[in-house]
Design a protein. Structure first.
Length: 512
């Protein structure tokens, strides 16, 4: 940070601002750049100390658990009519950080995102500071051009030399857009006439898909019954023969199949659907193929692992979240399209004349805001662009390869210890396993074994969160009782962190 003495001499004094405020009533009395700078330097200092240093240090806690009532008291949440001093505000910032979960911590394994990339964070800070909306070239010239360049790069990794796309507020919305586009392409009338323009529709996905597919079907008025569940094999991959069977069944029942949503990197098991075979089925039946690669899309950066998504170039749309495995920061979620007919704009556009004037002095095709159902839209491209500039594609590829390698290391370490049982050999960076506490070892044949095993993960989760030593997710899944889902995503992880996870579970569960 530059010292205050190096600031330009012509900087207005606080008293000048008070005078300006009096003589120019439209100037906000709140706006004092000197005080703003002092505040922001302090806040940034706190962020550097408390988030960037302590938040990423293995010797600090990953979370500071408080019961909700106590937390409410500690945070003093109620908003008052009187403003507070800068010191109080800084103390509030410290408290917010203290009681928040440190998702950048090397023991945060709970979600599909984790870690802190400094360049991506720099991009997020610049984005927040500029506070613009992505809808027109007029107010976001840099970001309109940048978004297109980033999307082009992501499309190229999918295997497309042309196409369209947009950054969305999350993978769930990207999935929903894909459904809406597939429906609109087949029944353009529904934009005006709504659901009455439609026959009963059917879309296909497996039980392993993300829950946003069913939510999207409900939100779009298709109804969750329109989602036909295709069988997955024991590894969680769609069975293409069953897809074909379900499509024929839906047709026989009078429904009109219109979309298949395959998943590349399922949320729990990390499974990749066989895209070539699924694309063959879609081609035979003339169906839109959407690939939800929100989680697994980043494997496309790796020469070694991109084969998991073989066939993705045959999709009509792809959802891909660089905020997950690439650690770009929330949110960074792209919807990519093979379409070159401006389908996004036709489907969602509304030509608001106050925003998208057609007689502007520049190419109005650069006003991309009508591609989406939002009006204001966050800038989500800069964090990824800046990180990519700093890392290069090669750096990002290394990041992906390292995550795969560490997941493999963890699996091998687990196999050396008696208290761990894999749900299955992972093919991605989701490592699903049961921890068997001492009392359950060798008890596999007892009648209540599964029931007792299912109770282990919730107890250990409570203990780790209350101690603040680590965070890892668990869930029941199909007929399987609760098991842990370890996610290896934080680029700062090492083999020592993998061993810590195992040691810590053994420590927390030694008395069970
Ligand atoms: C496979 C898959 N698709 C979509 C999503 C939803 O992404 P978002 O949380 O950005 O809405 C997730 C989230 O974990 C996911 O795992």
């Amino acid at each position: 940070m530059c010292p205050a003495s190096s600031l330009p001499e012509q900087r207005p004094e606080k008293k000048d601002f008070i005078l300006m405020a009096v003589s120019q009533p439209l100037l906000s009395l709140d706006w004092d750049p000197v005080a703003a700078e002092a505040l922001l330097r302090e806040v940034f200092g706190i962020v550097v100390d408390e988030v960037i240093w302590k938040g990423t240090s293995a010797t600090e806690k990953v979370c500071e658990w408080k019961e909700p009532e106590e937390l409410k008291q500690l945070l003093d949440l109620e908003l008052q009519s009187q403003g507070e001093s800068q010191e109080q505000i800084l103390e509030r910032c410290r408290a917010v950080i203290r009681y928040s979960v440190k998702t950048c911590h090397p023991r945060f394994f709970n979600q599909l995102f984790s870690g802190l990339d400094p360049h991506a964070l720099a991009g997020r800070i610049v984005t927040e500071s500029l506070n613009t909306s992505q809808y027109t070239y007029e107010i976001a010239p840099v970001f309109v051009l940048m978004e297109e360049e980033v999307l082009k790069k992501l499309r190229a990794l999918v295997g497309w030399s042309s196409g369209d796309g947009v950054f969305c507020p999350g993978g769930s919305i990207a999935n929903m857009y894909a459904m809406n586009l597939a429906r609109y392409q087949r029944y353009p009338d529904c934009k005006q006439r709504g659901l009455q323009a439609l026959p009963p529709l059917a879309l296909f996905t497996t039980e392993e898909c993300h829950y946003s597919i069913k939510k999207g079907a409900a939100f779009l008025g298709l109804g969750t019954d329109s989602v036909r569940v295709v069988k997955a094999d024991e590894r969680g991959k769609m069975i293409p023969e069953d897809l074909e069977r379900q499509i024929c069944l839906a047709k026989a029942e009078g429904a009109v199949p219109f979309l298949v949503s395959a998943t590349s990197g399922t949320t729990v098991l990390g499974a990749f659907d066989p895209l070539e075979a699924v694309a063959d089925v879609c081609q035979r039946h003339g169906l839109w193929l959407h690939v939800d690669a929100a989680w697994g899309g980043s494997a496309l950066l790796s020469q070694t692992h991109r084969h998991l998504l073989d066939g993705i170039h045959r999709a009509d749309s792809v959802a891909w979240n660089p905020h997950k495995l690439l650690a770009a920061g929330l949110q960074c979620s792209a919807l990519l399209l093979r379409d070159t007919t401006n389908l996004l704009k036709h489907c969602h556009g509304s030509q608001a004349s106050y925003l998208f004037q057609q007689d502007k002095f520049y190419d109005v095709a650069l006003d991309t805001g009508d591609k989406v159902v939002q009006c204001g839209r966050r800038v989500d491209c800069l964090k990824l662009w800046l990180m990519w500039k700093a890392q290069g594609g090669q750096g990002l590829e290394r990041r992906v390869d390292q995550a795969f390698a560490l997941a493999r290391y963890l699996v091998e370490e687990m196999k050396k210890r008696e208290g761990f049982e894999l749900v299955m050999e992972p093919e991605f960076v989701n490592v699903c396993f049961w921890f068997l506490p001492p009392s359950l070892r060798g008890e596999q044949k007892s009648l209540d074994y599964s029931e007792r095993l299912a109770k282990v993960a919730p107890v250990l989760k409570e203990r780790m969160v209350k101690e603040g030593s680590m965070m890892i997710g668990y869930q029941p899944h199909g007929t399987r009782g609760n098991f842990f889902r370890m996610i290896v995503a934080n680029p700062a992880l090492t083999q020592a962190d993998m061993r810590f996870l195992l040691d810590e579970l053994e420590r927390l569960g030694q008395d069970l």
